[in-house]
Design a protein around this ligand. Structure first.
Ligand SMILES: CC(C)(COP(=O)(O)OP(=O)(O)OC[C@H]1O[C@@H](n2cnc3c(N)ncnc32)[C@H](O)[C@@H]1OP(=O)(O)O)[C@@H](O)C(=O)NCCC(=O)NCCS
Length: 134
């Protein structure tokens, strides 16, 4: 699993208990997963369809640096299934796990459309770097 995105837990992210608010974390995760799905499927029209059980494993506090990890576990016809973990960047302690997040690839008509992908693609293989000057 690649942990691409890091977040710094700030006062506005806290709940009344003084720990990281679950809603903030879910927003970050949904966005991170959507970006992952968009990059993997090569289509910006991707929507969240299903999120499985969410396990808030341990609390995070103000000032913590956390990192969000996502990886694809299955490619369907129109869907992609991801798994997710959030952990403390420094201690590596797990903060949250989501076993399954399903995103659906949509066509211009807003209906599910086949994406034709079957395996994880890495950005360097998907987008060619700028050609060297002639
Ligand atoms: C996404 C949406 C267009 C899918 O419509 P639908 O009628 O369920 O479409 P389908 O039945 O053809 O299913 C599409 C894919 O989702 C999968 N899927 C549907 N329901 C699922 C569920 N409960 N759990 C997991 N996967 C599911 C199907 O297996 C299918 O995948 P596949 O083609 O890879 O086999 C529709 O449900 C929708 O618009 N939902 C709202 C999305 C949204 O607003 N999300 C929040 C904001 S991003």
């Amino acid at each position: 699993m690649n942990f691409h995105t890091r977040k710094w837990v700030k006062p506005e992210d806290l709940n009344p208990n003084g720990t990281l608010f679950g809603g903030s974390l879910l927003r970050w995760i949904d966005e991170e997963a959507a970006i992952y799905a968009i990059v993997q499927l090569g289509n910006q029209r991707v929507v969240t369809k299903y999120i499985s059980e969410i396990n808030f494993v341990s609390a995070s506090r103000q000032g913590d640096i956390i990192e969000l990890g996502i990886t694809a576990t299955d490619f369907g016809r129109t869907s992609i299934t991801l798994t997710c973990e959030v952990r403390n960047k420094i201690t590596r302690k797990s903060i949250l796990t989501v076993e399954k997040m399903v995103f659906v690839n949509l066509g211009e008509d807003g209906l599910p459309a086949p994406h034709g992908r079957t395996e994880i693609k890495y950005v360097k293989d998907q987008f060619k770097e700028d050609s060297p000057p002639a």
